[in-house]
Design a binder for this molecule. Structure first.
Ligand SMILES: [Zn+2]
Length: 323
């Protein structure tokens, strides 16, 4: 019975009504001995509670949400889900399962229709990211391999203290001295923050290129079924859609980190990094020239790196708004 409609026909069916009463051949009781053919729509009665829908089984008018059943007599009856099961037993549950299957499939077909608008420009825009992210990955890798110990310390601060760079200083412990005034001077170690690192995503050890590749691949795989849905099971369509959504969503992090590159390489931030490194045992590892970090072996800057086009993320939002 599920295969009764083509995808094209299914797309046109109105499976969710906002006015339950706006349909032909409604009768308001369940007739004896007339079989249930199918459940043809779900209603979410919009005018509730101004106008109420009377359940054909129990006669109560407290339903806002319910189902339209088509009977062998071609009449339609409106029922709540519990009452439908009471009136029709197993055939109701069977009809419900078919209805749910149709709704799921219609949803996927609608999303695939949106994908047709979105995927081509999405793929084009993500491709425009690829070489920039490649270059960004290479620069981050160079920093990590050239300055492993420095990188580890900075990245450690990112993870442990959310980017707050602090140093341990030795200070007089006046409280202890007051308690034991005859013992002389007492000292203790105190952690003192110097500032918060900006744009610290630059230090993330993982490459971003695989995230780009995965998003492109998922988009291409999803695009491949556009116009070819007939015969493809609904759950496979849903899997391809969710895979696209998830992998496209992962681009947001890449975008944010890339977007934060100028924060990391701002003079204020570089000065903080250099000052902190001087305090924690990497004295004179770096100096700064404008927005460039200058080390013994290599210079790091981002001024040659053009912005990313935010279009892939906008297109993803547009696509998901339909759900
Ligand atoms: Zn009822």
């Amino acid at each position: 019975m599920a295969g009764k409609f083509s995808d094209e026909e299914l797309l046109k069916q109105n499976l969710v009504l906002s006015d339950a009463l706006d349909q032909p051949n409604i009768i308001h009781h369940v007739p004896e001995g007339v079989a249930l053919l199918s459940i043809i729509n779900v209603y979410r009665h919009k005018a509730y509670p101004k106008t109420k829908v009377r359940c054909a089984h129990c006669g109560r008018t407290n339903h806002r949400d319910g189902f339209t059943a088509l009977l062998a007599s071609m009449n339609r009856v409106l029922l709540g889900s519990t009452c439908g099961a009471e009136a029709y037993g197993a055939s109701w549950n069977e009809a419900m399962a078919i209805m749910e299957g149709k709704r799921d499939r219609q949803y996927e077909l609608k999303m695939l229709g949106r994908a047709e608008q979105v995927l081509r420009p999405f793929i084009r825009a993500v491709n425009s990211w690829a070489w920039k992210i490649d270059k960004f990955d290479a620069r981050r890798r160079t920093f990590e391999t050239s300055y492993g110990a420095v990188h580890a310390k900075l990245f450690g601060a990112m993870r442990v203290s959310d980017g707050v760079l602090s140093i341990d200083v030795r200070v007089r412990d006046y409280a202890a001295e007051t308690m034991k005034p005859n013992d002389g001077e007492k000292w203790k170690m105190e952690t003192r923050p110097m500032g918060r690192l900006a744009g610290g995503g630059f230090l993330e050890p993982d490459a971003f290129t695989p995230t780009i590749d995965a998003a492109l691949k998922a988009a291409e795989k999803y695009r491949a079924i556009i116009g070819k849905s007939e015969g493809i099971p609904t759950d496979r369509m849903a899997r391809l859609r969710r895979d696209f959504e998830r992998k496209a969503e992962a681009l947001r992090h890449v975008y944010e980190v890339y977007d934060g590159r100028d924060d990391f390489f701002s003079p204020r931030n570089l000065d903080l990094v250099i000052a902190w490194l001087n305090e924690v045992g990497h004295r004179n590892a770096f100096t700064r020239e404008g927005n460039t970090l200058v080390g013994m072996r290599i210079r790091f800057g981002m001024e040659d790196m053009a912005d990313l086009n935010p279009e892939p993320l906008d297109l993803l939002e547009e696509f998901k708004r339909g759900s």
